[in-house]
Design a protein around this ligand. Structure first.
Ligand code: CFN
Ligand code: HCA
Length: 540
């Protein structure tokens, strides 16, 4: 292939060429040529409705609530009120892993559904829901049952909250609560995260004051144990002597949520999905939060140092350094092995609301450059790397979502550090409520695209020919048919973990195999069979 240095302006124009003028105007604001300069890059339009007719990569509000936030909890029965398809297609496909622990209580492998039929739509489904809750209770006697609304439930007006309340009172020893997370609400999964966070906070967080054991107590917010990521992070925490009170929500239990207000620090991994809980825990219980990232070996080391710096104990600081020293040689060896084969290669990442940023770290460690990336549903603050810009307070997707008022709970409010201590930590470089964003972290001239769609994905690959394309299952096969290796960064295909030190090694090896496999050269992409247009992006 003949190397050509593409001008990102041309690429953008090519992507927009096929659209009618009105669509092109809107998409133009969601496709941005990054200037990578502090705030000089124009604003990106994000968290807005997908134009009907466009085949988006996004999911729905129900997916964000039931699938993303509550799905990975292991001892809450997650009961879907709706047609069976909504349950079936969410059944273990996200690959959030579980370990039943000592109590053995875990319902993740089941799919609980009311299996709504036409007659339930016509005559109402509340009775059926009540029976399903009763059946789940009689069979399993769980600590809690969560009920999720799907689109038809909202349309016919079943009152799931009243049913839940009635059953909770009837049982006495089982918390039953419901989520109005109909798929059509909001503009993406993001609305579902918000709805889930609100209800988890209202119904579970802070309900158990029984003192918890352990030193250096943190909560890990926004880590879902995909491919066992959470297990690797917990392994590292344990080695460092850091107590993880609750993960929101990978392999979590009801009791972990209930006692999470006893932690001293919240570590936020995926800001997009869980920032609401971080804010509410801070307001009500005075727990500060810092942003962490365990994707990438360097990022992992940096995050561990951040946690140690917060607690400030020399013993912890030393132990963290020792763990980094012990883990790094294997990481470096794997890096050195792959670098000659991976350096200079290019990647594209289009996933969710945080991984399109986090995974650039891992590619950098392999000498690879991310030439184009974007989120499906992130908000502008995720792109820009700021926590809730004042002018962004009203999210497009919060039009349907109640804002819950949270007041400081003076009786249980426990300032972890004095304001002076927090200020001193900030001055020493520990930033609270802050995180790096995708735009400032990406290089100048890279293309940042919000809510990429089927058509643009194929066009982008055709024009820029990356060495690897990362997205989800809907994109996988159409991209592979273009002769480009495709890695799922949602479910990790069948791989993982990729977090932490061991995860980084797994990732280097897998990507090395993918970008250097000769199998792709046997494919004939449409532009090879009909070569009117040819070129590749070269990284100088
Ligand atoms: S595990 Fe997370 S990391 S929670 Fe979120 S924004 Fe989804 S399910 Mo898919 S892989 Fe993805 Fe992120 Fe946070 Fe996963 S990038 S889209 S809603 N996501
Ligand atoms: C969701 C879940 C998803 C989908 C992944 C994919 C996940 O948004 O409904 O498209 O492959 O990670 O499982 O994001």
């Amino acid at each position: 292939k003949k190397p050509v240095q593409w001008d990102p302006t041309d690429i953008k124009a090519e992507l927009l060429k096929k659209y009618p003028p009105k669509v092109a105007r809107k998409r133009a604001r969601q496709i941005l040529i990054n200037e990578a300069l502090e705030n000089d890059t124009p604003e990106i339009l994000a968290n807005v409705r997908t134009i009907p007719g466009i085949i988006t990569m996004r999911g729905c509000t129900y997916a964000g609530c039931k699938g993303v936030i509550l799905g990975p909890t292991r001892d809450i029965v997650n009961l879907v009120h709706g047609p069976i398809g909504c349950s079936f297609y969410a059944w273990l496909t996200r690959r959030n892993q579980t370990d039943a622990g000592e109590d053995g209580e875990q319902y993740m492998n089941y799919t609980f559904s009311t299996d709504m039929q036409d007659s339930d739509i016509i005559f109402g489904g509340e009775k059926k829901l009540e029976m399903a809750i009763q059946e789940a209770y009689d069979t399993f006697h769980p600590k809690a049952i969560a009920v999720f609304a799907t689109c038809p439930v909202g349309l016919i007006g079943d009152d799931i909250h009243t049913v839940a309340r009635k059953m909770k009172e009837k049982f006495g020893d089982c918390n039953v609560f419901a989520f109005s997370c109909e798929g059509y609400k909001g503009v993406s999964q993001s609305a579902g995260h918000h709805i889930a966070n609100n209800q988890v906070f209202r119904h579970i967080v802070g309900t158990n004051d029984e003192p918890q054991e352990g030193e250096y107590r943190i909560n890990l917010l926004g880590e879902y144990n995909i491919g066992g990521d959470g297990f690797e992070i917990d392994r590292i925490f344990k080695k460092c002597g850091i107590t993880n009170v609750a993960t929101f929500s990978g392999n979590s239990t009801y009791d972990q949520f209930a006692t999470s207000h006893q932690a001293d620090l919240n570590c936020v991994m995926c800001h997009r999905s869980i920032n609401y809980v971080a804010d509410m825990l801070e307001t009500k219980f005075g727990i500060p939060w810092v942003k962490v990232n365990f994707i990438g070996a360097e990022a992992t080391a940096k995050s561990l140092r951040k946690i140690a710096a917060y607690f400030g104990d020399q013993e912890l600081i030393d132990r963290v350094e020792k763990v980094i020293e012990e883990e790094m040689p294997a990481v470096k060896a794997a890096q050195e092995d792959v670098l000659p084969r991976t350096s200079g290669k290019t990647a594209m990442i289009f996933v969710g609301g945080s991984r399109a940023h986090h995974y650039q770290e891992l590619f950098k460690e392999m000498g690879m450059k991310t030439i184009s990336a974007g989120y499906e549903f992130a908000h502008r603050d995720d792109y820009e790397g700021r926590h809730v810009l004042p002018k962004l307070k009203v999210d497009a997707d919060s039009r349907n979502i109640e804002e819950i008022e949270v007041e400081p709970d003076e009786t249980r409010y426990r300032p972890r550090k004095t304001p002076e201590e927090l200020k001193a930590l900030e001055e020493a470089g520990l930033k609270f409520k802050s995180y790096e964003g995708l735009l400032p972290d990406m290089e100048e001239g890279t293309l940042v695209i919000d809510d990429l769609n089927q058509y643009e994905a194929e066009k982008l690959v055709e024009l820029m020919k990356p060495d690897i394309f990362c997205a989800g299952i809907k994109e996988k096969f159409s991209i592979q048919k273009l002769g480009i290796p495709m890695k799922q960064l949602h479910s990790y295909d069948s791989g993982g973990p990729y977090a932490g030190f061991k995860g980084a090694i797994n990732f280097y090896n897998e990507i090395d195999r993918l970008v250097n496999s000769r199998v792709w050269s046997y494919m004939k992409a449409p532009w090879q069979e009909n070569p009117q247009l040819s070129g590749a992006y070269v990284w100088e």
